[in-house]
Design a protein around this ligand. Structure first.
Ligand code: S6P
Ligand code: ZN
Length: 191
């Protein structure tokens, strides 16, 4: 049938977390994440001393239409802003009823999820762990290890990303390093 897309094959490199090949690549630096970490001063000082790439997304190109599935890997580098581990910005899907699957590929982390009604949930991620993010749950991932944390994601191509709500409210919980260990605490700035 005319207009039917050809199948795609890709390979996840389980060591580096790269998806090969990829057509779209996003790299986010700390300077792209102003206001998202608890310790603004620590963030400012890292940004002023040369900035840092926090994470990269490697994505196959598919039409952003209902019926297609975007699939990509995210690689979060190790590091902290003050006591807070490097993490993604986090978002609701613009179409809030669109769900998502994460598969842990390399390293250790958390996926933190919240609903607009104030429910919060965390899943500890490591290679092989699958996290199902149901409709209506915002999601952010956090690298709690000394090396990269990488995961594979699949989600409906018409989902879209709403970053604005998270920029305003943050997540109800933070994952901080306390006495050398990842520790889940209440976010004092949660609105
Ligand atoms: C997309 C999916 C992931 C994230 C990626 C970066 O729906 O949840 O591919 O986009 O992990 O996070 P963020 O919050 O900057 O988009
Ligand atoms: Zn998502």
């Amino acid at each position: 049938m005319e207009g039917i897309m050809d199948p795609l094959e890709s390979v996840i490199d389980f060591k580096s977390g790269l998806l090969k090949p990829f057509e779209n690549k996003v790299a986010r630096k700390l300077s792209d994440m102003q206001g998202m970490y608890l310790d603004d001063k620590a963030l400012e000082s890292i940004v002023n001393s040369g900035d840092d790439v926090v994470y990269k997304v490697f994505e196959r190109k598919v039409p952003l239409e209902e019926g297609h599935l975007v699939h990509s890997t995210t690689v979060i580098y190790p590091g902290k802003v003050g006591e807070e581990y490097y993490m993604t910005k986090g978002h609701f899907h613009t179409k809030e009823d669109r769900s998502e699957l994460y598969l842990g590929v390399q390293g250790e982390g958390y996926v933190i999820m919240q609903t607009k009604e104030g429910k919060v949930s965390l899943i500890r991620m490591k290679p092989g762990v699958v996290a199902y993010i149901p409709p209506y749950w915002a999601h952010r991932t956090i690298n709690i290890g000394k090396n990269i944390f990488a995961f594979f994601t699949v989600y409906p191509a018409d989902a879209g990303h709403n970053y604005g709500s998270i920029e305003e409210t943050g997540f109800p919980k933070l994952v901080l390093e306390k006495d050398g260990r990842p520790t889940i605490v209440d976010n004092p700035n949660y609105r």
